[in-house]
Design a protein around this ligand. Structure first.
Ligand code: MAN
Length: 355
């Protein structure tokens, strides 16, 4: 695969972002959804801010209190026998089998704007900051789908109730209208198709199963983008492959003459995240026509291999210019990078790798 990584990479790092909260540090500016708005490229960054502990044995969990509209800091001592502090991203109660009880940072969505797609200026304030009880641990990984002048922005809403997927619309990237939670917990990586297919809207989603099954991509349809049903299993993990551990949609599906092009992330059980591609039937997206057997993008550059959580490339959007895709992607759960690749090259890779 011919990939041109931008020379300015990483395009945005935590050092470029002034913390919104006093006494916090920015530890991540990554996994940004992408939109073309007027003559600008917008990245809807996930900014993760971590409270600076008051002493070295302290771990702090920031939690948004929806009732009083304020941020509360829960302070823990690393010697607390009830909790496990090993994973820097989270605090686990030891009597819980899986998952986490608190996160060590609060994420929200802040916009970076650019005229040339390479140099970005950060907004001073968040675009989406937690605003209800489903978002008390933060808002993560926004994706953008444009229908006419309206942009549909969906994101992971994280709270003690789980990770759900919520939807807002905006026409100006300043104000928004909330349409509610569109997928129940635990679900991530929801991608809305950019047009109706045979009278219905479609979405990719990734239920995060706990008892049986794998972390696979599903397809759902809807009459109105709010109520989703007719769920079908679409793309599963594959043993001994780059996507043996989990898969999840990355970019808004791209319409090509050969089918819907899906750019998704796949990870191994060891959490190495790469980008793969699949092609779905144009008039029935539940039919998978082809799928790559080797990644189209994998962590190679230093900024992709090293960071808060290394060995991760995680695309959340593209800007399409004819055959060319400008793909923006989170690197190492820390920063944002950009690259260019051709749709025709991806389709060719899908062709030669047919099973
Ligand atoms: C995982 C990681 C974290 C994220 C939580 C909640 O543990 O992706 O970065 O904050 O899930 O979504």
């Amino acid at each position: 695969m011919n990939i041109y990584r931008y020379e300015e990479n990483p395009l945005i790092t935590p050092l470029d972002v002034k913390p919104f909260h006093e006494g916090f540090e920015v530890i991540g500016a990554f996994n940004g959804g992408v939109a073309k708005y007027g003559d600008e490229t917008l990245l809807l960054l996930r900014v993760a801010e971590k409270p600076i502990p008051s002493h070295e044995n302290e771990v702090v969990a920031p939690v948004y209190d929806a009732e009083n509209d304020e941020l509360i800091l829960h302070r823990f001592d690393v010697s607390d026998p009830d909790y496990d502090f090993e994973d820097p991203r989270m605090i686990r109660r030891k009597d819980k089998l899986e998952g986490f009880s608190y996160l060590t940072s609060l994420s929200y969505i802040r916009i970076a704007r650019s005229k040339d797609g390479h140099h970005f200026t950060l907004d001073e304030k968040p675009f989406l900051y937690p605003f209800n009880e489903y978002q008390t641990f933060g808002i993560e990984d926004a994706r953008v789908m444009q229908l006419g002048n309206t942009y549909y922005v969906n994101f992971s809403a994280v709270s003690e109730f789980g990770v759900t997927d919520a939807l807002v619309t905006t026409t100006d990237f300043e104000s928004y209208e909330y349409l509610g939670n569109i997928f129940a917990p635990e679900n991530k990586d929801v991608l809305l198709f950019p047009e109706k297919i045979n009278g219905k809207y479609y979405a990719l989603h990734r239920p995060s199963l706990k008892s049986i099954g794998e972390l696979d991509i599903w397809l759902a349809s809807s009459p109105d983008l709010k109520s989703w049903g007719d769920h079908k299993h679409l793309l599963g993990v594959r043993p001994d492959s780059y996507d043996s551990g989990r898969v999840g949609g990355g970019c808004t599906p791209i319409k090509t003459e050969q089918g819907w092009l899906i750019l998704y992330h796949g990870a191994t059980k060891e959490h190495r995240y790469v980008m793969g591609a699949a092609l779905l039937d144009l008039s029935d997206p539940s039919i998978v026509l082809r799928r790559t057997h080797t990644p189209i993008l994998e962590p190679e550059a230093d900024y992709e291999k090293n960071g808060f959580f290394g060995d991760v490339v995680f695309a959340c959007g593209v800007i399409q210019e004819g055959d060319m895709l400008k793909m923006y992607y989170g690197v190492a759960d820390t920063s944002m990078a950009g690259c260019e690749l051709k749709i025709s090259d991806i389709l060719h890779q899908l062709e030669v790798e047919v099973k």
